[in-house]
Design a protein around this ligand. Structure first.
Ligand code: GTQ
Ligand code: FE2
Length: 370
């Protein structure tokens, strides 16, 4: 093949003979950089592009954004994925009420408001989707299943609000955590006189990146209920974590258990396997004692937060997010953050979900204090 750019490159007097012994010299590096501006190189790159090929040297992005920081072990850290961002409960609540009018019956869809990170094409963080869902008195969200895994943290619950997961009926009391692991049939219904509201947390961005998003409708409103008594799936997996157990565990923690960055931390784990609630998602409840001011830290995980009770602030990167009950916020991976309880009298409780199970599997977990 004889392209125009090949001809020019042959004629060009720019020589490039990098030394054989390791690093290029400063002169060599300069010479090679100079070639980036040459017309011949531009033409060559245009020829490559025509053939749907791109020289790796063209990926300036890698060099620029790859140098956002240095891990504690000396290796380079990536730039944070997405923005720190807060969705106010006041706004969410109003939009939920409006969506009940706009979508009077959702069938196998959900009346769920998903939070999009302003800097990402998809997701609340690079790996996690968060939204808030509402079901009116007497209503039902029809049965379906999907490859995306989800967990629900109940905001306004009752013993007579239910999620059924592969025939196992789980009551949704306020503060409970309910799991709908991948490909299990699930429907939700509300047999009370008040709206049911919960937080949805899903691994959608990860499934999307793998191009593995699959969905199926059950075909009827409701699947048969096989187990009214326990919250445990056929395979022994726990599907419901009760709020009262989490609160009791947090209250019983000795002062020495406090983490300088997070306060008292309850990590949700399956009682039998000690695994995170889902293969892609872990969850924690943070109790920030009155006046708590967390140490600045950053981690390779991304997280979403929901304020269960209390008021405070999260300083993330150069943003100050002031939070109160019901507010939700996104913590991008590897961003500096410190969390404070603004009250000198009352504890605050924050529910968080994170992608640590995946990060651990990839051997990428790092953290730094600052
Ligand atoms: O409740 O089944 O927020 O399938 C997004 C997708 C909730 C659900 C969401 C879902 C659900
Ligand atoms: Fe679903």
């Amino acid at each position: 093949m004889d392209t125009k750019s090949q001809k020019i490159l042959e004629d060009s007097s720019v020589a490039n003979n990098p030394s054989r012994s390791g690093r290029p010299s400063r002169e060599e590096e300069k010479a090679s950089l100079a070639r980036y501006d040459s017309a011949a190189l531009e033409l060559f790159q245009a020829d490559l592009a025509q053939a749907h090929i791109r020289g790796q040297w063209q990926n300036e992005v890698l060099r620029k954004s790859g140098n956002a920081g240095v891990w504690s072990d000396g290796s380079l850290a990536p730039k944070s994925g997405g923005q720190p961002f807060l969705w106010q409960w006041r706004l969410i609540k109003g939009f939920l009420e409006q969506s009940c009018l706009a979508v009077p019956e959702s069938y196998t869809s959900r009346r769920s408001l998903m939070f999009n990170n302003p800097e990402l094409a998809r997701g609340t963080t690079n790996t996690i989707n968060m939204g808030v869902q509402m079901i009116r008195p007497g209503e039902m969200a029809w049965a379906h299943r999907h490859s995306i895994s989800a967990l629900r943290f109940v905001i306004s619950g009752d013993p007579n609000i239910f999620t059924v997961v592969d025939g196992v009926r789980c009551a949704m009391e306020t503060g409970d955590l309910i799991l709908t692991p991948q490909w299990r049939w699930h429907d939700h219904y509300n047999q009370t006189a008040n709206p049911a509201i919960w937080l949805d947390v899903l691994d959608g961005p990860v499934m999307g990146a793998f191009n593995q998003v699959v969905f199926e409708s059950y075909g009827e409103r409701q699947q048969p209920i096989l187990n009214y008594e326990s919250d445990v799936a056929e395979d022994g997996r726990v599907l419901r974590f009760r709020f009262q157990d989490v609160v009791a565990a947090l209250a019983a923690m000795p002062q020495e258990a406090v983490s300088a960055a997070d306060g008292f931390v309850y990590e949700y784990r399956d009682p039998v396997t000690a695994q995170a609630p889902l293969p892609t998602l872990g969850c924690r409840m943070l109790r920030l004692a009155a006046g708590f001011s967390g140490e600045n830290c950053r981690r390779s995980t991304s997280e979403i937060y929901h304020v269960v009770r209390g008021h405070g602030r999260a300083i993330i990167g150069d943003r100050v997010l002031e939070w109160g009950p019901g507010d939700c916020f996104a913590l991008p991976n590897w961003s500096w953050r410190s969390i404070q309880n603004a009250s000198s009298e009352e504890d605050a409780l924050l529910f968080a979900a994170h992608d640590r199970p995946l990060i651990d599997m990839l051997g990428l977990y790092r953290e730094a204090r600052g």
